[in-house]
Structure formats: C-alpha cells, structure tokens
Write a protein that binds this ligand. Structure first.
Ligand SMILES: *Cc1c(COP(=O)(O)O)cnc(C)c1O
Length: 389
C-alpha cells in the first residue's frame, strides 16, 4: 500500500488519548480518573423500565426514524417545564445515538466544505473530527483561566467571526473546564449570532450537573435564537447510563429536518428499548435531579480538596464531571509527560488537557480528573495523590 489507509481529513485524529490512558490504567492497576463515565449505574427503576420494554417487545425492531413518540414527547415536555422552550415533538425533536451522533449529524448537515466553525477551546474531542469530516475548518476561541475559573473572551470571539463563519459550536456546562457560561456571556454570543446570521449548535449534555446553585441557561431561550439554534441533550450523563447512547436534538422544523437528513445515513435508528426507558427517566421527580447534583457536588468537593492538598492548583468546576488542575505548582509543566508518569508516581490516571486544544501550548500545564466515581474510589485516589507532595 503506497497510500496510508486513513484519509487526509482524519489523519490527525489517529487514536484518542483516552484509549492510551485507559490501557495504562489497566496495565498498572491505577485508579482511572481519565474517562468520564460513572462507576455506578443510574436509577434501578429506569433499568427495570428498559428490561420491561425489551420483554414487552417495545423497540426490539427498528424504532421510528425520529425516535419513539414517548421519548420525543418527554424531551419536549422537559424543555418546556425546565426552560419554557416549546418544541413540537413531531417536527422539532430528533432522537439520536447519543449526543455524539447528534454532533456529527448536525455538523455533516449544516457545514459546507470551506465553512468555518467556531468552537470554544479546550473542546470535546469529537468536535474537531466531525468538523473535519464535514469538510469545515475549525476556528478555536480559547477559554482562559481567570481568578479560579475559565472565562470566554468576547472580543476574541467577535474577532474570530469572518464571512466564512457558518456556526458557533457551544458547550455549556463545559467539558473539560467545568465552566457554566453565564447569562451575560450567552447573551453576547446570541447577539453576535443574530448580527452575523450564524447558526449555533449547543452541546448541553451536562445541563443537570451544575453546582453551587449555578444556573444552566439554554442559548435557544434567548431572543432571536430559537430559529437558529440546534440544542443537543443526552441521557448518558444525566441518568448515569452512558452505554445506552440515547441523545436528542431540539430545533426548528427546518434545522431538525436538516440534521435528520444526515442522521438517517449514520445509524438510521438506535437504542430501541432504551428510548422507552429514558422517556420514563425524563419524567423522574425533581428529587432525582437534586440528588444527582448534590451527590456529584460532594464528590467534586472531595476530589478538588484532595488535589489542592496534593499541591495542584485547582479550577473548581461549576458543572460537569470534571475538575481541571494546573500542575505547575508541583514543578511540572508538561501535562502529557505528567499523565504518562502519574500511574507510576501516584497510581492514578488523568487526562492532559492539551489534547483538547489546537493551541497545544495554551493547554500544556493543565490536567483533567473525573469525579463521577464512588466516594471510596475518590478517597483512595486522594490518598494516593498525596504521594506527589
Ligand atoms: C460525554 C459527552 C458527549 C457524548 O455524549 P453521548 O450521549 O454519550 O454520545 C458529548 N459532549 C460532551 C461535552 C460530553 O462530555
């Protein structure tokens, strides 16, 4: 073979660092705080709902392309009850194979080759690959650490918009920084999108995981935004069933139909019985969502305090599963080298934030730890990390 098998669009995305770090964890017996999945399943009654659907023969054959009606109604009701956003379950809701497929389908549907896509850096790893698969050009706008958290520089965002900009790809609550974009930041993004006639694709998979009373605000609810926003949600993080891969899109009929055009040739449909179970999950009482938040907030505090005691500078997250740290106080500056040696040095695996950056230098000294793990696992990790001091 003279030509390498992987095409040019994807050549830079070889294998993800998650695979390398998870293999490292397996090989060394280190505690894996790299990848963000819970080590405890979601609510028993929702697991039972999936079993019931499967036994009753609901969803064992191809479900409807847009998703089962029960789930589309539950998604529409959830958007209305939580955010006052009204979507028609028949024309404005699309069920996808997790948020991952929603992101891919949205970008494949909306981006022409040569279009520019602005994304907030550091960003979730699938964004760059999906922009590339769509033939677009990614334009990173860097979130910068400021007084203990990460902020969006609105001037930088404005300056990044050109005549070729097609859309802004947002993520709030933001992985990996844990930032929850404020009303003022989102209002500025919205005004820019309206002024420059841009679409917004917003990844809100952590909408329920916000701490210290922070508020998640969907940008679709701001003036002029409903008709130009594709909102993406997922059951994975909200209900601790990341393997079920049930996600959804809410958007205007035109945008939903465009995303569906791409989605139908990716998976067509997926997760039949799980769709029925998630329809029930979205109708769980407020106590479920409050309990999840409180549990994760306590875990955030446990890990954040442990990391601070071990000598890291900690960016205490307002949302998500993750805490970002700066390793420079420990005398290190290269997150990659640090993460490769951490299992040996302290028996813990983490992820170097540089993988989430185009400007690798800007991300070099930052390392991300996941806290969606059992309390005893986090306690053990914290005690091991003390060895670094
Ligand atoms: C986990 C995650 C996803 C993927 O969600 P799935 O529903 O599992 O496909 C998408 N975006 C962000 C920011 C995530 O952290």
């Amino acid at each position: 073979m003279t030509r390498p098998p992987l095409n040019r669009r994807l050549a830079e995305f070889g294998t993800t660092v998650f695979a390398e770090m998870s293999a490292l964890a397996a090989r060394t017996g280190a505690i894996n705080l790299g990848q963000g999945f819970p080590d405890t399943d979601g609510p028993e009654e929702i697991r039972e709902a999936a079993v019931r659907a499967l036994r009753d023969g609901r969803g064992n054959q191809y479900p409807p392309g847009p998703g089962v009606p029960e789930l589309r109604s539950a998604v529409a009701d959830h958007q209305r009850e939580r955010y006052g956003l009204t979507y028609d379950p028949d024309t404005e809701v699309l069920v996808t194979a997790g948020a991952t497929e929603a992101i891919a389908a949205a970008l494949l549907a909306l981006v022409e080759p040569g279009d520019e896509v602005i994304a907030l850096e550091p960003y979730y790893d699938s964004y760059a690959a999906c922009v590339a698969m769509a033939g677009g050009t990614r334009v990173p706008v860097t979130l910068r650490p400021h007084e203990g958290s990460y902020v969006l520089d609105l001037d930088e965002l404005r300056a990044a918009v050109t005549d070729r900009t097609r859309l802004i790809l947002l993520n709030t609550p933001h992985n990996p920084t844990g930032t929850v974009l404020t009303r003022a930041e989102l209002t500025a993004v919205a005004e820019l999108a309206v002024e420059r006639d841009l679409l917004v694709v917003t990844d809100e998979v952590y909408e329920h995981l916000v701490f210290d009373g922070a508020e998640h605000l969907p940008i679709a609810s701001l003036p002029g935004m409903r008709e130009r926003t594709v909102s993406i949600g997922s059951a994975g993080k909200t209900f601790s069933f990341t393997g079920w891969k049930v996600g959804w899109v809410t958007a205007s009929p035109e945008l939903t139909s465009a995303v569906r055009s791409a989605k139908q040739f990716l998976t067509y449909v997926s997760s039949g019985p799980f769709q029925y179970a998630i329809a029930e999950a979205l109708r769980l009482p407020a106590s479920y969502f409050d309990g999840l938040r409180a549990d994760l907030q306590a875990k955030r505090d446990l890990l954040s305090e442990g990391l601070a005691q071990a000598g890291f500078e900690v960016y205490r997250p307002s949302g998500t599963y993750f805490v970002t740290t700066d390793i420079r106080p420990l005398g290190d500056a290269d997150g990659f080298a640090f993460c490769r040696s951490l299992p040996e040095r302290a028996g813990v695996v983490a992820i170097p934030n540089a993988v989430f950056y185009d400007h690798r230098d800007a991300g070099a000294p930052f390392v991300r730890f996941a806290f969606c793990k059992k309390t005893e696992v986090l306690e053990e990790a914290v005690s091991r990390l003390k060895r670094l001091g």
